[in-house]
Design a binder for this molecule. Structure first.
Ligand code: BTN
Length: 282
């Protein structure tokens, strides 16, 4: 089930985040990652947004911030990202693009894929994606992605890519979550070393972002559909305005939009305030 040794420390359950340990996970990681490790912050995405002008000067490296605890972790669609100190991997990556915002529509899907690739390389477990970018195990949420986009005057577009992965959630947190969630401890039975997973994931993120810049989302489309938990399933889409749309999932477009076969024909939904819920009959 798992392919590497875990460590515990005086905190019992967890490893403290460690700058050196993270950057030593993969060869040459320190050459292309500028890493900040924080004990506590409101939100790692907010931290990057506040410090954008200082962080953005080095286009050859990815700026990354990881925090033990977020006091105001943000989820998609204005939701709160709940996690207790130390038992979740909460981090953000700053990536600049010369592409227009409109051309970045598949970005969040590709990030979900990077998480899946990383987890599958570490655990022989069938992780899945839920459009646009939730990572699931047996239909329960394991990880989520929140991307904030900022365009600056020099026509560079900055994406703040925030990722949260559950490692060992307290029961008290699980009870307040608005959807069924899981964590790596529940899945594997082991306390997984966050430093190690983060190092591997940063290396994968760098590779996948390079390929995404070069080839666009269509390069990943078939792989993404192969990982989709709900491909071919009847689902209900909930739009931002609360409207619901029933249909059967029929692939993803070249730009990362969701195709649904509905009662009035095939319709395409772009990344935005749309979420997917499996019909209760499934
Ligand atoms: C979601 O599934 O709703 C997205 C969750 C994203 C959470 C991460 S944790 C690190 C980063 N900082 C935040 O405030 N949010 C993202």
């Amino acid at each position: 089930m798992y392919k590497f040794q875990t460590n515990t420390n005086s905190l019992g359950d967890i490893n403290k985040l460690n700058h050196h340990e993270i950057l030593n996970t993969c060869p040459r990681l320190s050459e292309y990652i500028r890493l900040s490790v924080l004990d506590e912050i409101d939100s790692t995405n907010n931290w990057i947004l506040r410090n954008l002008s200082q962080l953005a000067f080095d286009d050859n490296a990815l700026s990354v911030v990881v925090a033990e605890f977020q006091t105001n972790g943000r989820g998609r669609q204005g939701r709160v990202w709940h996690a207790d100190p130390g038992n979740c991997l909460t981090f953000s990556v700053l990536k600049s693009f010369t592409k227009d915002v409109a051309k970045l529509s598949g970005l969040s899907l590709v990030i979900g894929l990077a998480i899946i690739r990383t987890l599958k390389s570490l655990f022989t477990v069938d992780f899945k994606l839920k459009w646009p970018n939730d990572v699931l195990f047996q239909k329960k949420k394991l990880a989520g992605v929140l991307i904030d986009i900022k365009r600056t005057i020099n026509d560079q577009t900055y994406a703040v890519i925030g990722i949260g992965i559950n490692f060992h959630l307290a029961e008290s947190i699980k009870r307040i979550l608005d959807q069924q969630s899981t964590d790596l401890f529940e899945i594997t039975g082991y306390h997984i070393n966050r430093n190690y997973v983060l190092g591997i994931l940063l290396s994968e993120l760098r590779n996948i972002l390079e390929d995404y810049e070069a080839f666009g989302f269509q390069h990943f489309r078939a792989e993404w559909i192969g990982c989709h938990a709900y491909e071919g399933y009847p689902v209900t889409l909930v739009l931002a305005n609360g409207e619901t749309i029933d249909g059967t999932v029929d692939g993803i477009s070249d730009s990362g939009a969701l195709n649904l076969i509905t009662s009035i024909g095939r319709r395409t939904f772009y990344i935005g305030d749309i979420s997917v819920r499996l019909k209760s009959s499934i």
